[in-house]
Design a protein around this ligand. Sequence first.
Ligand SMILES: *Cc1c(COP(=O)(O)O)cnc(C)c1O
Length: 393
Amino acid sequence: MTLDWISPADRLQALPPYVFARLDELKARAREQGLDLIDLGMGNPDGATPQPVVEAAIAAVQNSANHGYPPFEGTASFRKTITNWYRRRYHVELDPNSEALPLLGSKEGLTHLAIAYINPGDLVLVPSPAYPAHFRGPAIAGGKIHSIILKPENDWVIDLGTIPDAVAEQAKILYFNYPSNPTGATAPREFFKDIVAFARKFQILLVHDLCYAELAFDGYEPTSLLEIPGGKEIGVEFHTLSKTYNMAGWRVGFVVGNSRIIQGLRTLKTNLDYGIFAAIQTAAETALQLPDRYLLEVQERYRTRRDFLINGLAELGWNVPKPLATMYLWVPCPPGIGSTDFALNVLQQTGVVVTPGNAFGIGGEGYVRVSLIADCDRLGEALRRLKQANIHF
Ligand SMILES: *Cc1c(COP(=O)(O)O)cnc(C)c1O
């Protein structure tokens, strides 16, 4: 049976094309040939989850009270830990019952929020380049996406002035993310005030993804939307434990902010999933309460890699700006070559995997994203191969 009489729902057809196909194919072939790939393509942290978190999880798994269905809305204890963390980190007061909701990773929540709030044809503002869930979620929901093209001359910060009033008046939701994946850009506090004023003026729900809340360097402290006066009235903010705490495989994150918006997401999720294994919520509580020493260690690890790779690339003639946060470098391709071709070239000639910028939307064309997910020995090997292959400007 070929089942050629059935095809996926229209909402799947609406998804933008998957640009990794050729890259995946080449990666698979290189692996078959036994080539030593250096994969700097994914956003998957390479380190182990901190030992106290692993131990808390083991103890929680041993406790049979955790073996049943967890509460839909997350354990009271995890929600309380989230709001305590928020108070400590941002001096923002949140109600653990209505203004915080644990998620099966933030990607899940970002996508389901779109399904909970976007009707087919609704207009959604999404920067380009952006983290794919920010436009794929709205696309699955049938939303019409207006891309806000980001520019290097604005340091990849949204220029609200380029959004026509007629578009802003129709828009229902705006997704944004600073510090940014993929560009590594940060936005000044003033920008957050401006975007809150913009959203209030045009009645647009703000969805801020603060995935890199703790991965910042050189004294930079990322801003929470909820710290800004009026921010909680008009928005929600997504967080994850995946990156800071090397917990990408555990699937745990949370959303905080406007209670009405969170209620809509909770209602949808009550119909889709049963929440997070309670033992994992206990582990996440331990992570959010780790001593600052742990944060300083992880920040130092990425800062060292960032500086090592930027200096090495500079010796090869590449001028790569130094991001104040995230675990990525956003690297311009040599003139005259597109993102996909350049990433394929680099892979074929060196076995180094980088992500073509156009995977994050048309605004990422002409760049590749390099993840700092290998130690300096491996990054040094990647640099050696790039030099040998004569890949430079
Ligand atoms: C990695 C990443 C996520 C996904 O986080 P999970 O909690 O693991 O789903 C979300 N947003 C951005 C910007 C990311 O880089």
